[in-house]
Design a protein around this ligand. Sequence first.
Ligand code: MN
Length: 213
Amino acid sequence: MTYEAPPLPYAHEALEPVIDAETMRLHHDKHHQAYVDAVNKAIADQPGLQGKTIEDLLRGLDQVPETIRSTVRNNGGGHANHQLFWKIMAPPGQGGGGEPQGALAEQVVRDFGSFEGMRQAFEAAGARHFGSGWVFLVMDPRAKRLEILTLPNQDSVLLIGKPALLANDLWEHAYYLKHRNRRPEYLKAWWGVVNWRYVGERPQGIREGKKQL
Ligand code: MN
C-alpha cells in the first residue's frame, strides 16, 4: 500500500479570492504530491512500515529506522498536514467563512473569551512563527481545552498527541503568489474559507477515535 494525495474536494479556483487557483494548483498537485512521493519512496523497502496509516506511521516515528526517520517525519508530516488542510476549507459563501456553531462555539468562548479573541490569537501565533511551519487550533486531550500552537517545517500534531481542529499553512508556497510577503494579510483573509460545519464535527470524531486527520 502506498499513500496517495486525495483529490481536492472542490475546484482549484473555488477558494478565490482568498486563495488563487494557481496557488492551489501548485500547492495541491505539486507540493502535496511531492510529500506523498517522498514518503512512499522512503518506506519502499520497509515492509514493516507499509500498510500503516499515515497516523500510525507518524505516531510510531520512534520505530522508523533512523536512516529514514527525518524523511518520514518531514514528508509523512507534509502528507498528514495537507490532507487535513484541504478538508477544513470550503468555497467562500458556500460553506466557507462565518463562525463556529453549537458546542464548538461555546468551547471557543470558554477558552478564548470570544470567537474574535480566538481568531486574533491564531493570527498572531501564525504571524509570529519564524520561517516555515503550521499554526494549529488543537484539543488538549487531558485538559480538554482548546489551545493554539505552531510547529516548524512539516511537523504534525500527531507527533505531540494533540488532535487539530484547524490548521493553516505558514509556508510561503501557501500564500506568496497572491499575498506576497504579507503573511498577516493571508492569515486574516483565510477565515473566509474555513469550513466551520466540518471543523465543528471534528471534536466528536476525535473523541470517537476516527478523525485524527
Ligand atoms: Mn503547504
